[in-house]
Design a protein around this ligand. Structure first.
Ligand SMILES: CCCCCCCC/C=C\CCCCCCCC(=O)SCCNC(=O)CCNC(=O)[C@H](O)C(C)(C)COP(=O)(O)OP(=O)(O)OC[C@H]1O[C@@H](n2cnc3c(N)ncnc32)[C@H](O)[C@@H]1OP(=O)(O)O
Length: 185
C-alpha cells in the first residue's frame, strides 16, 4: 500500500473511532489538538484537486482505486471483469456510517453505487456524468458484515449509458440502483 492510501485508511479508522468514542473530555480535547496538528502539517502543500486515475488508465483497467486515496469516501476494492464491476468491503462499513441504529445510512448506499457505476462507465471508455440515479432500499444493510456491490451496463443509446447495480449483504440485495450516465466529452 502506498503512503497516501495508507494515510487515507488511517483517517477512515480515526473517523470511525471518533464517531462512537466514549472517552472523557480531557482525552477528547487532546485528540482534537493532535488532529489539528496533523491538519496543519498536511496543509503545508495541497493539490488543486483530489488525485484520480487518469482517464486513459481507467479505460479497460481490471481495477483502479482513485477513491481509496480520499478518506471522505468509504474504502472499497473495485474489480472490473467481463464488462461488470464488483466491489467488496470485507470488514463491513462500521458504525460511523449509521442512519438507523446499527444500519447503513441510505445516502451512503447511494454514494457507493454511484462510485461503482460511474467507474464502470469510465472503464468502458465513456467520459460521462451521472444524469439520474434511482435508488430502492429493499432491506436494511448491516454495518458489521462484509458487503459486496455489483454493477452492469444494460443499455446504450447515443450519449446515454444505462446501468444497474446492487449492494449485497450476503445473498440479499439490500439496495438496488439504476443509473443513467450521459457522455460529456
Ligand atoms: C467527466 C469526465 C471524467 C473524465 C476523467 C475520469 C477519470 C476516471 C477516474 C475516475 C472516475 C470518476 C467518475 C466521475 C463521475 C462521478 C459521478 C458523478 O458524481 S457526476 C456529478 C453529478 N452529475 C452532474 O453534475 C451532472 C449535471 N448535469 C449535467 O451536466 C447535464 O444535465 C447532463 C450532462 C447530464 C445532460 O445535459 P446535456 O445538455 O449535455 O444533454 P441533454 O440533452 O439534457 O441530455 C442528453 C440525453 O440524456 C437525457 N437525460 C439527461 N438528464 C436526464 C435525467 N435526469 N433523466 C433522464 N434522462 C436524462 C436527455 O433526455 C437526453 O436524452 P435524448 O438524447 O434526448 O434521448
Amino acid at each position: 500500500m502506498n503512503a497516501r492510501r495508507d494515510l487515507a485508511e488511517a483517517v477512515r479508522e480515526l473517523a470511525s473511532a471518533v464517531a462512537v468514542t466514549d472517552v472523557d473530555d480531557p482525552d477528547l480535547a487532546q485528540a482534537a489538538a493532535s488532529a489539528r496538528e496533523l491538519t496543519k502539517l498536511l496543509r503545508e502543500r495541497q493539490l488543486e484537486d483530489v488525485p484520480r486515475t487518469p482517464y486513459d488508465e481507467a479505460v479497460g483497467a481490471t481495477h483502479y482505486g482513485w477513491h481509496l486515496d480520499n478518506p471522505a469516501l468509504p474504502g472499497l476494492t473495485m474489480v472490473f471483469e467481463d464488462g461488470r464491476a464488483t466491489a467488496t468491503i470485507p470488514d463491513g462499513l462500521g458504525k460511523a456510517y449509521a442512519g438507523p441504529p446499527g444500519k447503513l445510512h441510505g445516502g451512503v448506499g447511494a454514494l457507493l453505487l454511484d462510485v461503482l457505476l460511474s467507474s464502470l462507465v469510465q472503464h468502458h471508455g465513456v467520459r460521462a456524468v451521472t444524469a439520474s440515479l434511482t435508488v430502492d432500499y429493499r432491506a436494511a444493510t448491516r454495518l458489521d458484515v462484509p458487503l459486496r456491490i455489483t454493477g452492469d451496463i444494460v443499455g446504450r443509446s447515443g450519449r446515454k449509458v444505462e446501468t444497474v447495480g446492487a449492494l449485497w449483504c450476503g445473498e440479499v440485495a439490500t439496495v438496488e440502483a439504476r443509473g443513467l450516465f450521459v457522455q460529456v466529452g
